[in-house]
Design a protein. Structure first.
Ligand code: SAM
Length: 292
């Protein structure tokens, strides 16, 4: 249900965008055009609902299978490689944000929590040429991503909980000295590892940037964000402010209407030692409500 509500429905925003003529798909003043478009919209909606229901049934069945079998069946479906429309939810501005961060800060490596199908992990390696570490809690997705990424020795695919993974990484002195771009995307259900992930990172890495997917962009609700109930929404209220003194807080510089793909919101946090480097970032908008 979370996938349908938060990932698929936002992608259906094309039903609301304006026609190139400037006439909105739903408010044309020409009644016959309006009914044609409404019929087409209804058909698209019905087709999409059917696809969603089939996908849900597929997933429910796959969940009943041992992960060692489920991932193999997944792997036979090339359409699953793209996750939600491609790397970083198919969002072109978000991809540009990552490219710009990589230009502005000489990161030694990238760490992703929540591998899923390895779509973004592969992208991170392609755009950075730097080693990528990614961690996934679910065996089915871990096996899938391990197979998918087998030809990339530079991408380390780990199975486990993101919190334990980061805590362990934080004990490695060589890793601690590195400049790291963290992509936090291990939110999937009520067990939200986000606060603990941030606490470990902020108390360990001096030169790092944290990009959090599915985060609220205040004032722009075209960007969807995860909300798992009271106290479990990905908003600034959930941030451990005490751990983020001196950090910079950034959002996408473009409104959701100019973003592509699933249009998920995100927050970028930059550690005090690197934050000034992001002053010229065109893809980011610094927010005054600094979590400090
Ligand atoms: C939104 S998906 C990640 C998508 C992926 N980053 C991408 O861009 O294609 C979230 C993934 O996080 C995983 N996950 C959830 N909780 C986790 C945890 N505590 N540790 C590691 N992975 C977790 C889920 O199994 C799921 O595969």
């Amino acid at each position: 249900m979370e996938i349908i509500l938060h990932r698929i429905l936002p992608q259906m925003q094309f039903l609301r965008v304006s026609h190139p003529s400037g006439v909105s798909a739903f408010d044309s003043s020409m009644p016959c055009l309006r009914s044609q478009r409404a019929r087409r919209g209804a058909k698209l909606l019905a087709a999409s609902t059917l696809r969603n229901n089939i996908e849900r049934a597929y997933n429910k069945t796959a969940e009943l299978l041992p992960p060692t079998i489920a991932w193999r069946i997944d792997y036979l479906r090339p359409g699953l490689r793209g996750s939600w429309g491609g790397p970083l939810n198919g969002q072109r501005h978000r991809q540009a944000m990552v490219r710009e961060l990589l230009q502005l800060i000489p990161f030694d490596e990238i760490v992703e929590t929540g591998t899923y199908r390895g779509t973004s992990s592969e992208f991170f390696f392609h755009v950075s040429g730097r080693p990528v570490r990614t961690v996934e809690a679910h065996l089915r997705y871990h096996f899938y991503a391990s197979r998918r990424l087998i030809s990339y020795p530079e991408i380390e695919v780990t199975c486990g909980d993101s919190r334990s993974f980061l805590r362990k990484l934080a004990t490695e002195s060589a890793a601690r000295r590195k400049a790291i771009l963290f992509y936090l995307d291990a939110h999937w259900n009520e067990d939200l590892p986000l606060v603990e992930e941030i606490m470990v990172i902020a108390s360990t890495w001096e030169r790092c940037v944290i990009m959090i997917d599915d985060f609220e962009v205040p004032g722009d609700y075209g960007y969807a964000f995860d909300d798992y109930g009271p106290g479990k929404a990905l908003t600034t209220a959930a941030l451990p402010r005490e751990a983020l003194g001196g950090w910079g807080c950034f959002y996408p510089s473009v409104p959701a209407a100019q973003e592509t793909g699933a249009r998920r919101g995100c927050l970028v946090l930059a550690s005090p030692k690197v934050v000034t480097r992001l002053g010229s970032a065109a893809t980011l908008r610094r927010e005054d409500v600094n979590p400090s």
